[in-house]
Design a protein around this ligand. Structure first.
Ligand code: NAD
Length: 424
């Protein structure tokens, strides 16, 4: 009989939420007690102090983390977040979700995540470079192409991944592109990686609309978050023929029932950095955006925005979780009871990013590069397979779609752990 561990290290609402999701899924598939805790809790973590010399000559020490949740099924894999509200508990929850996501997509990876407590918009470019390099310097013995492979997440991008790869390469004495994915193409990045997460979200939306027999030409979309995932989701859905009626970022949202020109919005954000004062529609708040009448609501910003306070008021037909953990467990219950909204759960919906990260890693290890068409074709094959297996699991056990996805992801990790023995 195993005794449950009580972890205080990761204590936070978002970690508790990921743990409750795990417990529910483990109960649903009768996961044996002896395998539960070692499948559930992160394997190890590293917290680092990161002194950075500011442009004015002063020194600021930032705090950074890396949590490796699972290393049993391959190297750990996961993004690095730069955000002022990062906590080690949030990073641990995101690492857990990476484990289930990679497992569900059938990728030979465990799950990990990293983060630095910093608002990157408050740093100059030089300071940002110093911080990114210092983080990788501290992580050199913890990361590696066959141990743990990093990637971008909120607040990080291609350029930062390039600096991190270069720092690692300087340490080991030769170029090692496979330690980080989401790099610039000139440093071994993959064709299609930048748009992969949003393209995947849009692809799933298209497939579920087909199932519901809703034509793309009659589809309206509200997207929360206009960073990498949100903007690429909006671009891809607009290219499919859908009308994007609302977008937002942390400064607020824009609403236009006639449709927003997403390319124009992107050009504006590139110049102004934020959506505020973009003249493509009426200003709305993020809360109003979530409750708009639309066919598809795509939360693509941060965790826990669909809650028990607004789940009953949503007026969409599909929720496409571009973000990780946007829906609380209490909101899930309300949505399940309502039964009128198809929810495409995060660990499936936004998995296009890690799938193309996997392709990038493969290309780096083989020094053999693929065309964009090849990348996208292979991506859609994997996404179709994930959807099919989730729909089968959902029907077979009468699970919600989230429970179907979680039980598949968790079940496969537990099976591999049991097969390997106690140490991994
Ligand atoms: P990003 O930093 O590029 O963009 C984040 C966007 O969210 C920005 O527009 C920001 O202004 C907005 N935002 C922040 N706080 C907000 C708030 N309170 N209300 C509304 N908008 C807010 O980050 P990203 O890479 O697009 O990641 C977004 C989400 O997608 C995260 O949950 C991330 O974990 C998830 N995700 C990212 C990837 C990837 O490849 N980048 C892959 C899978 C999942």
């Amino acid at each position: 009989m195993s005794k449950a561990i009580v972890s205080t290290l990761y204590d936070s609402d978002v970690f508790k939420m990921a743990c409750r999701q795990f417990d529910k899924a483990a109960d649903a598939i009768n996961l044996p007690e002896g395998i539960r805790d070692r499948t559930k809790y992160p394997r190890r973590c590293l917290a680092v102090a990161l002194p950075v010399k500011r442009d004015d000559g002063s020194i600021t020490v930032f705090e950074g983390y890396r949590v490796q949740h699972n290393l049993s099924t391959g190297p750990a894999k996961g993004g690095i977040r730069f955000h002022q509200n990062v906590t080690i508990g949030e990073v641990a929850a995101l690492a857990m979700w990476m484990s289930w996501k990679c497992s569900l997509a059938g990728l030979p990876y465990g799950g990990a995540k990293g983060g630095i407590v910093v608002d990157p918009s408050k740093l100059t470019l030089t300071e940002l470079e110093h911080l990114s390099r210092r983080y990788m310097q501290e992580m050199v013995n913890f990361l590696g192409p066959h141990t743990d492979v990093a990637a971008p997440d909120v607040g990080t991008n291609e350029r930062i991944m390039g600096w991190m790869m270069d720092t690692y390469a300087n340490h080991v004495g030769h170029i090692e592109p496979a330690v980080v994915t989401g790099k610039p193409i000139s440093l071994g990045g993959s064709q299609g990686r930048k748009e992969a997460t949003g393209a995947g979200v849009a692809y799933f939306v298209k497939k579920y609309l087909e199932d519901l027999k809703i034509p793309l030409g009659k589809t309206t979309v509200a997207v929360q978050g206009f960073g990498n995932v949100g903007s690429e989701t909006a671009l891809a859905l607009q290219a499919y023929g859908a009308k994007i009626i609302a977008i937002s970022d942390y400064t607020g949202g824009i609403y236009n029932p006639k449709g927003i020109n997403i390319k124009k919005a992107l050009a504006y954000v590139q110049y102004a950095k934020v959506l505020k004062d973009f003249d493509g529609g009426e200003p709305i708040t993020n809360e109003q955006l979530l409750e708009l009448k639309c066919t598809v609501l795509a939360p693509c910003a941060l965790e826990r925005v669909i809650t028990d306070q607004n789940a009953g008021k949503l007026k969409c037909r599909i929720i496409a979780e571009g973000a990780n953990g946007p829906t609380t467990n209490a909101a899930d219950k309300i949505l399940d009871a309502r039964g009128d909204i198809e929810l495409i759960p995060d660990i499936m919906c936004n998995s296009g990013g890690v799938v193309v990260s996997y392709f990038e890693w493969l290309q780096n290890l083989q020094s053999y590069y693929w065309s964009r068409d090849e990348v996208m074709e292979k991506l859609y094959v994997i996404l179709d397979r994930a959807k099919e297996s989730v729909e089968y699991q959902k029907r077979k056990f009468k699970f919600s779609r989230r429970l179907a996805a979680l039980t598949l992801g968790i079940g496969r990790v537990a099976e591999a752990k049991a097969a390997r023995g106690l140490f991994p």
